[in-house]
Structures are given as structure tokens and as C-alpha cells.
Design a protein around this ligand. Structure first.
Ligand code: DGJ
Length: 380
């Protein structure tokens, strides 16, 4: 090769080698400096965050994001609940497995069970971190419909599994007095074999499924937790074949139900509850029930956690607002000046590739509104 040609080729070769051999970004710089809903969200090691159906706890100056670890080809739990930590809600560090499934045959959280929508709250009195989640026993599809409870001394865990069960066996909701109970008495499942008729929906509203499950406990599926300003905590979950939401008060240690609970939107068919309180009003966002497919978000409000709850129009605005932007609610985080709506874009054929929607909730004319934004950053 002539010297003249070498003079041109050498710098190009050096550039080519540099491009091929050097990492394009150091790991830290791969994390986007803004929230971009629907896109891959790399942690500080450059790996897409794996914390689905999740919720966030702020403890000290750190946010902890707990969620379902999703495998590549199954929605069953092969790992457990993951925990990520962050100081700014943008840059996340994988803090490990907070709650591991076990290999003990027959154990409630045996590997291969379905473990969804974990949420963690901190108990100021016992100084314990309390995790609640939706649990389906291995090999039983979605028929067990239980909640599970686990506890830890540190936010990252390890969480110790305590128990799983159905809810509030042998107890009627607080609003059921003599009149309601006399109606329940008359409800006979034999008379309502045809589902989704007006008569069947009325009977569900009056307690048809509630009565069926009264002796053994109410079903408990999609769920969230909420700690009120007075320190009382509540477990909010889809019950009665996902037809009716229940809000159950927790004991002072946040590890059990007290037995006091109320029903929200009976026969309304709601899943994916997420809740926050703003200027004394409780706001709840839910979804309809269409499996992993997105549907239109629903909005409810009440001046008391015990209701009555009033339904309002869909709070989402922008492309695909009628399908919650392709996602399903999981949690609402109040962080300083920002209220963040968190949702999941499920990918049931490749569960670990599911994406996150995080958007600010703003108030317009006294009502919460969620506008699509390609990217944004919370002000902390
Ligand atoms: C919708 C629920 O919200 C999800 O958590 C999950 O249980 C799917 N249904 C399963 O189809």
C-alpha cells in the first residue's frame, strides 16, 4: 500500500476500531434523564427494570420501587418480588430480590405460583416494612384469589413470608345493616344462573357473590395499599369474581385485616386499583377487566375512605386515552409537588418486556387529569 493511501486509510481504521471496541456509553449514562413512558427503562447497569404491577415506598431520602419480576416466556413467578432504589425517580439501582419464591413443594409461594401487584408500606410503630400482594397458588390458575403478607426489617428485604388467605371470612361489610342483610337472606344462586342480566347484576350488587364466599372468605385479586394521614392503613382489592372492590382496614401492625371493610362500585367490574388523597378528597383510578388487554381508566372520588364513592369520566387525555395509553393502573405516588400515575403496558407473550407508563396527575377545574407526555421529569 502506498504511503499516500495509508495516510487516508489509517485515521478511518482507527475511528472504526474505536467505534467497535469501546462501549458506546458507560453504564450510568444509558439511563435516560427523563421519564419516557412506553420505552425501555434501563437501570444503572443498563438492564430494563423488571418491577411490574409495582408500587413505590419513600423511606428516608430514597424511593423503593417494588414489583413483580417477570420471566421471558411465562407470567408465573419464577423469582419473586424485585426492589429497585432511587433518589430522583429517574435513575434506578437494582437492590435485589425483596421476596423470593421458594422451591418447597406445596408452599404458598412455591416457584410457579402467580404473585402479582406487590405493595410495601412502612409501619412507624413496629419499624417493619410490610408487603402485601395478590397470590394464586401454583397450578390453580386464578381460582385461589388470595392475598399474601410478608415482613422485613429493611426496605430491600429479605422479606419473610407470613401467610396467605382469602379476606374477611364470616364478616359483612360495615354498610350492611338489618335491611341489607334481610335482602341478602333472600338471594338464592339457583335463581340467577344467567349472568350479566340486569337481574343478576342487581343481585351481585345486593350481595349474591358476597354471600357465596361469606363462610370461607372473600376473593382477593388486583390490589394496592394506602396509608392515611392518621397512620391507618387499608388494603384495596378486587373481590367477588372481580365484580366489586373491597377496602379493608388493616390492624395497627399492618399485617392483618381488622374485619372492617366496605364495598366500592358493587357489580362495577373493576381491577387495578390505585389511590391517592388530595386536599382531603380520596381519588381512586381503576381499570375494567379485560385480562392483559388495556381498557378505559375509571375515576372515583370520596370524602371518606368508607365512601360513598362517586364515579367520574376517564381522566386520561391524549393519544389512546380511551385505552389508558395502552396500560393498566398499578399505583399513584405522591412525591413532593408531583403526583405520579403509574401503569403497566403488559406483554403477555414476552412478560419481561412489559413497559411502564408514568405520567403526572394534574388538577383542572378541581378534577384530576392525566395527559400523555413523550417525556417529562418529576420536580422533587
Ligand atoms: C389483569 C390484572 O390486572 C393483572 O394483574 C393480571 O392479573 C391479568 N389480569 C391476568 O390476566
Amino acid at each position: 500500500m502506498s504511503k499516500k493511501i495509508l495516510k487516508h486509510v489509517m485515521p478511518m481504521a482507527v475511528l472504526f476500531l474505536a467505534a467497535v471496541c469501546l462501549p458506546v456509553f458507560p453504564a450510568d449514562d444509558t439511563t435516560p434523564p427523563a421519564i419516557r413512558s412506553g420505552e425501555l427503562w434501563p437501570d444503572d447497569a443498563g438492564v430494563h427494570i423488571n418491577a411490574h404491577g409495582g408500587g413505590i415506598l419513600k423511606y428516608g431520602d430514597t424511593f423503593y420501587w417494588y414489583g413483580e419480576h417477570k420471566a421471558d416466556h411465562t407470567s408465573s413467578a419464577l423469582v419473586g418480588v424485585t426492589c429497585y432504589s432511587s433518589k430522583d425517580l429517574l435513575h434506578w439501582h437494582n437492590s435485589g430480590i425483596a421476596l423470593s419464591v421458594t422451591d418447597e413443594p406445596g408452599h404458598d409461594i412455591e416457584r410457579g405460583c402467580i404473585l402479582e401487584r406487590p405493595k410495601v408500606i412502612y409501619n412507624n410503630v413496629t419499624k417493619k416494612f410490610c408487603m402485601w400482594f395478590h397470590l394464586e397458588l401454583k397450578g390453580m390458575g386464578y381460582s385461589a384469589a388470595r392475598y399474601g403478607v410478608a415482613v422485613a426489617d429493611r426496605p430491600e428485604g429479605p422479606f419473610k413470608f407470613l401467610y396467605s388467605q382469602r379476606a374477611d371470612a364470616g364478616t359483612w361489610p360495615v354498610e350492611f345493616g338489618e335491611k341489607e342483610l334481610s335482602v341478602v337472606d333472600t338471594l338464592n344462586a339457583e335463581n340467577f344462573k344467567q349472568e350479566w342480566t340486569p337481574a343478576w347484576l342487581k343481585a351481585v350488587d345486593e350481595g349474591l357473590v358476597l354471600k357465596r364466599d361469606f363462610p370461607t372468605g372473600q376473593m382477593s385479586r388486583d390490589m394496592t395499599l394506602f396509608v392515611d394521614d392518621d397512620g391507618r392503613a387499608y388494603h384495596i382489592f378486587s373481590s367477588e369474581e372481580n365484580l366489586t372492590l373491597h377496602i379493608a382496614e388493616l390492624t395497627a401492625d399492618y399485617l392483618h385485616h381488622t374485619g372492617r371493610y366496605t364495598r366500592v362500585a358493587p357489580a362495577g367490574h373493576n381491577e387495578a386499583p390505585a389511590i391517592f388523597k388530595h386536599d382531603g378528597t380520596y381519588w381512586m383510578i381503576t381499570s375494567g377487566c379485560t385480562g392483559w388487554e388495556p381498557n378505559e381508566a375509571r375515576l372515583f372520588s370520596s370524602s371518606s375512605i368508607w365512601g360513598p364513592w362517586e364515579q367520574h369520566p376517564n381522566p386520561c387525555r391524549g393519544p389512546l386515552a380511551e385505552k389508558t395509553f395502552g396500560g393498566q393502573s398499578t399505583f399513584i405516588l405522591k412525591a413532593e409537588d408531583t403526583i405520579i400515575f403509574m401503569a403497566d403496558i403488559w406483554r403477555p407473550r414476552h412478560p419481561s418486556d412489559a413497559r411502564y407508563i408514568w405520567l403526572p396527575i394534574e388538577f383542572e377545574d378541581g378534577m384530576p387529569v392525566i395527559r400523555w407526555r413523550d417525556e417529562w421529569s418529576p420536580s422533587l
